[in-house]
Design a protein around this ligand. Structure first.
Ligand SMILES: [Zn+2]
Length: 324
């Protein structure tokens, strides 16, 4: 009979349970083994049952804050020792779930899938439901992955440095991005074929107002933003040809406002942190988050007809202008 050290068995279990099932980007579903396929392990022995539960709850998948309370009551080890990643889902509802993560002492990563078509961040609000909807996050959390935000205004992130001061990696996957020229969330349209990826080093590359909000994050190292390219735009862009340092501007703004070369030169300078002292100049300039090394933009080609999924919605921002 072979005797395998429990530490090795634990590693095998963790590897088995942490391996994603597939490359699916589907929101609101756990991308891992089904409980039905592994629950037999819990019947092998008391030790196997303990290791199976520990490995299963390394990633906690929940669709309501009440689930967290319930599970912590049954398995207090979840917060104390087991859970490293929280995968939570904002269900299709106009009421925002606020996730109280008190007691999660070992958490390192949070993923939030936003299934609701509405989100209304309001200027000046202190309500967590209007911001990143988390409270009492452990300082051990260094990675945040948010997918599906319908209206990813910089206002959403206004509390990020308070709730996640240790954040190092931020990943966003959404259908729109922020245009720093018209101060709204817009779909992305490049002249086909657009880029698959743009990479900025040295702290550049965020939408202007994102840079200002994220500048309070002392440890932020990498930001990855993934958006669909709907094509049929007027701007030609690639990793090798990116003279105006595209960072979220909408096709319409670029088509109209870049015609004015003087404005365009000043805008690109502002996007590199240079103040514009001219009479016509805007007062907002890019602020470099102190530890930011890499900004990645990734694009997927939206299918023909998918356009209707990205119609601008009616959520309103109040006072989200130049001072954000
Ligand atoms: Zn715009």
């Amino acid at each position: 009979m072979y005797h395998v050290p429990p530490e090795l068995v634990r590693e095998i279990f963790n590897f088995l349970f942490d391996t994603p099932l597939n490359d699916s980007e589907e929101l609101g579903v756990p991308n891992r083994q089904k409980w039905s396929s592994i629950h037999g392990l819990t019947l092998v022995s008391k030790d196997f049952r303990a290791l199976t539960l520990e490995a299963w709850f390394r990633t906690l998948f929940v669709t309501s804050p009440a689930d967290i309370t319930l599970l912590q009551d049954v398995f207090p080890e979840i917060g104390r020792a087991w859970t490293r990643e929280l995968h939570c889902v904002q269900l299709h509802s106009r009421e925002t779930s606020v996730w109280n993560l008190e007691g999660f002492q070992c958490l390192s990563r949070i993923r939030l899938d936003w299934m609701s078509p509405s989100m209304m961040p309001h200027y000046g609000s202190d309500d967590p439901a209007d911001r990143l909807p988390f409270t009492h996050i452990s300082s051990t959390v260094t990675e945040l992955d948010i997918r599906g935000l319908p209206w990813p205004s910089p206002l959403v992130f206004h509390n990020i440095n308070k709730i996640l001061p240790q954040l190092r990696i931020l990943k966003l996957r959404q259908s729109r991005t922020w245009c720093g020229l018209c101060h709204t969330c817009s779909v992305v349209k490049f002249r086909s074929p657009g880029p698959e990826m743009l990479v900025y080093e040295g702290g550049l590359g965020l939408p202007m107002h994102y840079s200002r909000v994220f500048s309070a994050l002392e440890h932020l190292h990498t930001v990855s933003i993934t958006v669909p390219d709907l094509g049929s735009g007027t701007t030609t862009l690639s990793q090798k040809h990116n003279p105006y340092l595209w960072s979220g501007e909408c096709d319409r703004c670029m088509e109209i406002m870049y015609e004015d070369e003087a404005f365009r030169v000043r805008w690109v300078a502002r996007k590199q942190g240079q103040a514009d002292d001219t009479k016509e100049g805007g007062k907002t300039v890019y602020v470099f988050p102190p530890a930011l090394k890499r900004v990645e933009w990734r694009f997927w080609k939206a299918e023909s007809g998918e356009d209707s999924d990205f119609i601008e919605n009616g959520d309103e921002l109040n006072g989200s202008g130049d001072d954000v």
